[in-house]
Design a protein around this ligand. Structure first.
Ligand code: WT7
Length: 545
């Protein structure tokens, strides 16, 4: 399977009209697989499953409900809720009626939610009673509707009960769109500025379908568990659409991480393909090898990892304990689907990200955008276009253009390619932090830190951590009248947790009397990092006194 063949399966994508939801759901119902389970859900207490036919009818109801509220094609409708069957019905319903879905991770606090709704001009958001308080009441003139799933009381506009919105005919309804129309908007971080909205299009389905075939190795009858939350692109592109385009059942686990529960999930559903992240594997490793011995993984055929570098050590653990080789693959929010992978049809090289997908031109380029020979470190770059490539940075053409150099899409990662065409990840070029596979922009954390009354200035970096890959560390100077203390550090960490998100809060705070800055006043994170790691600070010619 490759992109050209995928175009033959879905000819409307290039010229014509259709909808990714038709291909992921309705097509299977029409071909007689309506009774196949599409989604197995459990959170330890509740257990449910939905067939393709049920998702078709329920998401059609939700799509009609949105229409009735006045939502139109191209409008942004956000999702801010824990993983539950309703989340999947709503997501599919939004896309079914031609709106653009904006999935948000449930850990975000009010200001993070506000930034994203404001930037995208969101028209509606779907949430739950417990998260409702984090949806800002002010500053969002375009937010016309807040849909609450599982509300116990009567709601008045702009609030609506999800159950009420669903009161619509359940025969299939689908809005046809063109391949270039908006599908979903995932917010992600860079090293400067607020998070940016990465817009994807329906045509990305060609790529998701190919990744499903050649990287995730989907086969009929598979039970697939991708542990990523739909708030991140892995959770939508690899977690929902790739499998459903292949008619493969997905397993969704709600609730917190517990190693026993994770192993039990694989056993209980007979998971055949499992996609997770290095941090999760390292946590399972840390829980000890006696735990997995109590479970049966005999159905498991293929194991995948993405999001951060996969240590050879973890692959060895997988071989011993799961008796499966973990297959690393590389991509980004912006690439929309897998770009480079240890595909099942090539030998895994421990520590390598594998080889590019067929039809993808991946290369290492220099600072001028010239391709470099093998075994030379440089910028990991892709030759545009590819089917799942982002179509825009929402409302920010300049930011979008800044990704490109001499015709190449520049990833922000450094890497090299060996003589056999395998790619090896080296690190980020910019200051973006990768903690537990989650991408954190230091600027967003710094901005939140300086909102704390005691903080004058802050510089944020990632420092190496054996479990999480990196953890967030903040260097902070204090305002007049405040002095450093353990208590204040705890308070400041708590402040970021409550105002931004728990996963974006610094785990370490170091108080300083001053921070290294350029003459133009920019905090030099590179110098902070060198201090932290005891490395040479490099060129300091731009450092202020
Ligand atoms: C950044 C993108 C898998 C997509 C979801 C993450 C890092 C991603 C790998 C890997 C080493 C990796 C890169 C990349 N990354 N996969 N296999 N090995 N690093 O998407 O949140 O946009 O983050 O994650 O640094 O640029 P994201």
């Amino acid at each position: 399977m490759n992109f050209v063949e995928a175009e033959k399966v879905f000819p409307w994508v290039k010229e014509g009209k259709g909808n990714i939801v038709y291909e992921a759901i309705d097509r299977h119902v029409e071909s007689g697989a309506g009774d196949t389970v599409a989604l197995y859900y459990s959170d330890g207490e509740r257990e449910e499953s939905l067939t393709f036919a049920e998702i078709q009818s329920k998401s059609s109801q939700f799509a009609r409900g949105l229409l009735q509220l006045g939502i139109q094609q191209g409008d942004r409708v956000f999702l801010f809720m824990p993983r539950s069957p309703d989340l999947y019905i709503a997501l599919i319903g939004i896309i079914r009626m031609g709106a653009i879905a904006g999935p948000l991770f449930e850990a975000f606090m009010e200001s993070a939610v506000r930034d994203r709704l404001q930037d995208s001009g969101a028209r509606a958001i779907v949430t739950t009673p417990s998260l409702l308080t984090r949806i800002p009441q002010s500053d969002l003139p375009e937010l016309a509707h807040v849909i609450v799933a599982g509300a116990k009381e009567e709601l008045a506009a702009p609030l609506h009960a999800f159950e009420q919105v669903m009161k619509q005919p359940d025969d299939p309804f689908i809005q046809e769109v063109s391949g270039e129309d908006g599908l979903y908007l995932h917010y992600t971080s860079g090293s400067t500025g607020k998070p940016k909205g990465v817009l994807h299009a329906h045509a990305g389905l060609l790529h998701q379908y190919v990744s499903g075939a050649v990287v995730y190795d989907f086969r009929p009858g598979d039970k697939y568990w991708c542990t990523a939350d739909p708030g991140w692109i892995t959770g939508t592109s690899a977690g929902i659409f790739a499998p459903w385009l292949h008619g493969v059942s997905i397993v969704v686990r709600g609730g917190r991480f517990r190693s026993e529960d994770w192993y039990a999930t694989i056993e209980k559903y007979g998971v055949t393909v499992w996609f997770s992240a290095p941090t999760a594997f390292r946590m399972l490793m840390a829980a000890g090898d006696d735990v997995p011995k109590q479970f049966d993984f005999s159905k498991l055929r293929h194991v995948l990892s993405a999001g951060e570098p996969l240590n050879p050590e973890v692959i060895r653990w997988g071989e011993q304990v799961l008796q499966r080789r973990i297959h690393d693959n590389w991509w980004m929010t912006e690439t929309g689907s897998t770009i480079c992978a240890n595909r099942p049809d090539i030998p895994v090289r421990l520590g390598s990200m594998g080889k590019p997908l067929p039809g993808i031109h991946l290369a290492i380029v220099d600072s001028k955008g010239n391709e470099l020979p093998p075994n030379t470190m440089g910028d990991l770059a892709i030759l545009p276009p590819w089917p799942a490539m982002m179509r825009a940075i929402w409302g920010n053409e300049e930011k979008y253009q800044s990704y490109f150099r001499n015709g190449w899409y520049i990833s922000g990662d450094s890497a090299y390619r060996d003589e056999d065409g395998y790619f090896w990840f080296q690190g980020r070029i910019d200051d973006v932090i990768n903690t537990s596979g989650e991408r954190i922009g230091p600027f967003e954390v710094e901005s939140k830190l300086v909102e704390h009354p005691a903080v004058a200035e802050a510089g944020v970096i990632g420092i190496p951590d054996p479990m999480r890959g990196e953890i967030i560390k903040a260097f902070v100077t204090l305002r007049q009248g405040y002095s450093p203390s353990e208590e204040l550090a705890v308070q400041i960490k708590q402040f970021v947790k409550e105002k931004l998100a728990a996963h974006a809060a610094p785990r370490e705070i170091e108080f300083r009397s001053g921070l290294p800055k350029t003459r133009s006043g920019k905090i030099m994170r590179r110098v902070l990092k060198a201090w932290e790691l005891g490395l040479p600070t490099g060129d300091l010619s731009t450092l202020e006194e």
